[in-house]
Write a protein that binds this ligand. Structure first.
Ligand code: BGC
Length: 479
């Protein structure tokens, strides 16, 4: 590798790291609420259903954010949309922290949710379009890495500010979100627009200037040529109409399907409820349970780092099958952990860590990566936003139904829950069974993946598009 292409690679890594701060905000803002809730609830004297509303409004905001901005991202460009989301993140963090009434808290969580939804597809999209093909997987996975760092930072911020003598300690927990938002806003201000989007708007000179900074000089001309032919074919199509055309059906199934499996193996029941799950498994005291959750957060970060090094080597398909198989066995043993008396709790902790590790190397990064790879440039923003929308929709569904599924199993077993206790205390096996339901989903995911997960490793975005145009099957890509 010559000196010039080496320095270009460092520029790309810097650019991707700044943009990936959007992932940190995503992780932080979805994670931080769990530790803030006990204090919020006492401070505003909220019922459980009001608490649910506060949490849900953030997720609904994310759905709305992803729904309405996909086409705007294709129209205005990736950079402007990310800048706008950084602005909402910063002001939203201050607003939620200051909220004088619960109504304002709900509205401000919704507002913050919009930014979460927008950044969750615009950031990986930006990175994938600016990355050289060879390291695209690794660079987009940096987004996932920062999601996991954000979740961990949220657990720590919750832990650090939690103060039983101060009911307003939830405010500083939320203010912390301003810091990454400012980093994203200021950083993004200096970053270029992606060459692919510039080309789609006919701004070839600017696209060349950007490519000159980031691409191996030997590949600039061929990159431009590839983008040109890609755009020429698309030029007359309108995005919404285009995306539902038969030749893009597989791309849509892939984007929605991978997000379905990413969420329906139950990842966020562990991420959001791990302290509660640990208590149900027989750990005593909230502190031990919270400490156990921090370990979950750390393992999540560490294994995501590992995925950065293997995603462009092993490829997407191998990683998918390895990860989902591991997830399947880990879910089976998590279920067992609830069934075995006594020794079960350690068995559960270990299985849960194994589960997180397999998720972190596979479905976590692959979901966000693949939704940015499978669509052609003109509708890539819209396509990725549909992937992201599915992610948030499925996420909300799983998180809302987790305890309900457990209760349904409890009802079927005719378990009686005494006043003042909850189901997890009297029927840990009811919770355990839900993990077996998730295991069944993982099994179906393996079959689905065989037909639909494309091998996009080392294949340029333009080649992927060509494959669909030629009527190629997902599993034949990259062969
Ligand atoms: C998922 C999130 C999840 C996180 C855990 C992401 O890829 O989309 O729902 O909380 O990974 O690390």
């Amino acid at each position: 590798m010559n000196a010039k292409s080496k320095s270009n690679k460092s520029v790309v890594v810097v650019i991707a790291s700044i943009a990936a701060t959007g992932g940190l905000l995503f992780g932080f803002d979805t994670g931080v609420i769990s530790g803030a809730i006990p204090f919020l609830q006492d401070y505003f004297v909220l019922t459980d259903s009001q608490v649910e509303n506060v949490t849900a409004l953030g997720l609904i905001g994310a759905v709305v954010g992803a729904l309405f901005t996909g086409a705007i991202t294709d129209y205005l460009g990736r950079k402007k949309v990310i800048l706008a989301s950084a602005f909402i993140f910063a002001t939203g963090a201050v607003w939620t922290g200051l909220a004088p009434t619960v109504t304002q808290l709900m509205i401000s969580r919704f507002y913050l949710g919009l930014a979460i939804g927008v950044s969750s597809f615009a950031v990986p999209l930006y990175i994938s379009e600016i990355a050289p093909t060879k390291i695209r997987g690794r660079l987009v996975s940096m987004f996932q890495l920062l999601i996991t760092v954000g979740i961990l930072a949220a657990y720590l911020s919750d832990k650090g500010f939690a103060d039983n003598n101060n009911l307003e300690c939830w405010r500083p927990m939320l203010y912390v979100g301003v810091i990454p938002a400012l980093i994203l806003f200021i950083g993004m201000f200096f970053l270029p627009e992606t060459p692919r989007w510039l080309m789609s708007k006919g701004r070839e000179d600017e696209a060349r200037t950007v490519l000159g900074k980031i691409e191996n000089p030997d590949f600039i001309d061929s990159s431009i040529a590839g983008m040109k032919s890609d755009i020429a074919i698309d030029a007359s199509q309108a995005s919404w109409k285009e995306i539902f055309k038969p030749w893009l059906r597989n791309a849509l199934i892939i984007a929605m399907g991978i997000m379905f499996f990413q969420q329906f193996v139950g990842i966020n029941t562990v991420i959001y409820y791990s302290p509660k799950i640990f208590l149900a498994a027989g750990f005593e005291g909230a502190e031990a349970a919270i400490a156990a959750s921090v370990i979950v957060g750390v393992v999540n970060v560490l294994f995501t780092i590992i995925s950065l090094f293997i995603i462009d080597k092993l490829g997407r398909r191998k990683l998918y099958f390895l990860g989902v198989t591991g997830i399947f066995f880990a879910l089976i043993s998590m279920g067992l952990g609830f069934m075995l008396p006594g020794a079960g709790k350690w068995f559960l902790v270990i299985s849960m860590l194994v589960y997180i590790a397999f998720f972190a190397i596979s479905l976590g990064p692959l979901g966000w990566l693949i939704i940015t790879e499978v669509f052609p440039t003109r509708v890539r923003g819209l396509g990725a936003s549909i992937g992201s929308l599915s992610n948030w929709g499925f996420n909300t569904l799983v998180v809302w139904t987790f305890f309900k599924m457990a209760s349904a199993i409890g009802n079927a077993k005719e378990v009686v829950v005494p006043e003042g206790q909850d189901l997890s205390e009297v029927c840990p096996t009811c919770i355990g069974s839900v993990f077996w339901v998730f295991a069944a989903v993982a099994l179906i995911g393996l079959v689905w993946g065989y037909y639909f997960i494309p091998e996009t490793k080392g294949v340029s975005l333009e080649k992927i598009e060509e494959h669909w145009k030629n009527g190629g099957k997902p599993r034949e890509l990259g062969k």
